[in-house]
Write a protein that binds this ligand. Structure first.
Ligand code: HEC
Length: 323
């Protein structure tokens, strides 16, 4: 059965399409990796800020606020002797409480990245872990993992463990030695029993992931699209100008030669040592045309000679007949 194949241009377009699709897939995954790393860096920044804020509170022991009885640990009232009837009340917030209020303030803000602190053994039931946080706590529980992250639905979720040091154990160690104001507010059942060096819990960060394609405009600007279009056109132009068009020309030459017609093979100006394959094909076709022409010339000459001989023979025969 004779092989019927598609034209080079069609084959080339098919291959080009496959290459573009493969490149597109690779590009998508590269973009996704970069984006994931970027989200991780964002989450790490959030954690660093939360830790820094906690450290700031811890370095001050507690922070004291005036006239904010919504949530606090301790309370002192100061009376100015000059105005004994007007006591001023100060309320204290420890690092975890201040961090939780920070977290609630961020949650209510326009910041896309949210965070909270949680633990396997929470002092405040409102800090109880969700299912991702339970997985993260289980993963970092062995004291070996420095961070844990997952993509949950549309969110990038990140967790970093926090460890108890001696100062933490004052409140999170034995409930019987914990400060009275902590016991008063949180009871003696939850959030205690930790030792120095234990995983206290995690700082859990949630960042909504943007769809890479809905944000395609920011990835592909006009210049990028034009550059891709231009490179495709460049490849198409090259294949057409340098392969398809010369092959067509040579084919029509060869066809003419095969019919014995005179063919003008444009080989003038081609260096016989040219490294270009099409040039070599043109030169070879030219040589073929020359040899073919010579052969035809010789054939015509022999034919003429033969006809001459026949004529001579006929004349001789006729003369013999007369004699
Ligand atoms: C002054 C007492 C005190 C000290 C010291 C203290 N915490 Fe807490 N911690 C608390 C209280 C009270 C809460 C609950 C705050 C709230 O209502 O969210 C808490 C909450 C937490 C939570 C959130 C989960 C939960 O139990 O509700 C983590 C994690 C935590 N603390 C870790 C630490 C670490 C680590 C240190 C030391 C760097 C530390 N804490 C020092 C009192 C303390």
């Amino acid at each position: 059965m004779a092989k019927k194949r598609l034209s080079i241009s069609v084959q080339f377009l098919v291959i080009l399409a496959i290459i573009m699709v493969l490149n597109g897939v690779v590009f998508y995954y590269m973009l996704k990796n970069v984006y994931q790393q970027e989200l991780k860096a964002q989450a790490q920044t959030v954690v660093a800020n939360v830790e820094a804020f906690g450290t700031w509170v811890a370095n001050n022991g507690r922070v004291w606020v005036k006239d904010n009885p919504k949530s606090y640990l301790g309370k002192v009232s100061v009376v100015d002797p000059e105005f004994p009837s007007q006591a001023i009340h100060f309320y204290s917030k420890n690092p975890a409480l201040a961090q939780r209020e920070f977290s609630e303030t961020v949650a209510a803000s326009s910041s896309p990245a949210k965070f909270r602190m949680t633990s396997t053994n929470v002092m405040n039931p409102n800090n109880a872990p969700d299912s991702f946080e339970r997985r993260a706590l289980a993963a970092v529980g062995g004291n070996t993992l420095a961070e844990y992250f997952e993509v949950v639905g549309n969110d990038y979720r990140y967790a970093k463990p926090v460890y108890h040091n001696a100062s933490c154990i004052a409140c999170h160690g034995d409930a019987s030695t914990a400060p009275a104001d902590v016991i008063e507010r949180y009871g003696r059942n939850n959030g205690f029993g930790f030792k120095e060096g234990d995983v206290a819990g995690i700082i859990s960060v949630t960042i909504p992931q943007r769809n890479l394609f809905s944000g395609a405009v920011s990835v592909f600007g006009l210049i990028e699209v034009l550059a891709i279009g231009a490179s495709v056109l460049l490849i198409l132009w090259f294949v057409r100008q340098r392969i398809i068009v010369p092959v067509r020309t040579i084919t029509s030459m060869a066809e003419k030669i095969s019919k014995g017609e005179s063919a003008d093979v444009a080989s003038i100006g081609i260096d016989s040592n040219s490294k270009n394959e099409i040039d070599q094909l043109t030169l070879a076709t030219n040589r073929m045309a020359t040899s073919f022409g010579l052969a035809m010339k010789k054939m015509n000459e022999s034919r003429k000679a033969a006809q001459q001989a026949i004529r001579v023979a006929k004349t001789l025969k006729a003369q013999q007949g007369k004699e």
